[in-house]
Design a protein around this ligand. Structure first.
Ligand code: SF4
Length: 162
């Protein structure tokens, strides 16, 4: 990374820490600076940031960070931060999670993609509903079919519920 770029990043990091720049502006400037790099350089920066992220204390029950990290404040769920890395690193967050252990990367990437297909659903009596979230995609590897007329046609009553 060039010295100019490093200085620019230090400045926007400082402005953000001091709440003198909006979160979206911060991300936009960060992305703009990143675009100037080759993919390899960019991955190296992201891997460095990922290493810093590993040192951020995390609540094991909520899986939310307990201290500020880059633009995220305490209480942000780790998956939101994973998602940010996943969109930017050339090999995705699975590569970062497993430190490039190639055997695990494709499978983890696939599972992570499926995990991101889960969404909130109020049908708690459906057996695919887990704490208000639809996990259908994790079982069937596709999203449930939801129509305007009938709602979710993959709804499956959970045996044992009244
Ligand atoms: S399968 Fe349909 S009804 Fe069941 S949790 Fe998913 S979206 Fe909700």
């Amino acid at each position: 990374m060039s010295e100019y770029k490093k200085q620019a990043i230090d400045i926007i990091d400082r402005l953000h820490k001091e709440n003198r720049i909006g979160y979206q502006d911060y991300l936009d400037i960060h992305d703009g600076l990143d675009e100037m790099e080759t993919l390899r350089d960019r991955d190296e920066v992201l891997e460095e940031l990922w290493g810093q992220f590993a040192d951020v204390p995390m609540n094991p029950d909520t899986e939310c960070i307990e201290e500020r990290f880059m633009g995220w404040g305490p209480g942000i769920h780790r998956e939101e931060i994973w998602h940010w890395f996943d969109e930017r690193h050339s090999k995705g967050v699975a590569y970062l999670l497993y430190g490039g252990a190639e055997d695990y990367v494709p499978e983890t990437k696939r599972l992570y993609g499926l995990r991101r297909s889960c969404f909130e659903c109020e049908s708690q009596t459906c057996q695919f509903n887990h704490g208000g979230e639809c996990r259908f995609a994790l079982v069937h590897e596709r999203k449930p079919r939801i129509t305007d007329d009938d709602g979710c046609i993959d709804y499956d009553y959970r045996e044992g519920d009244d």
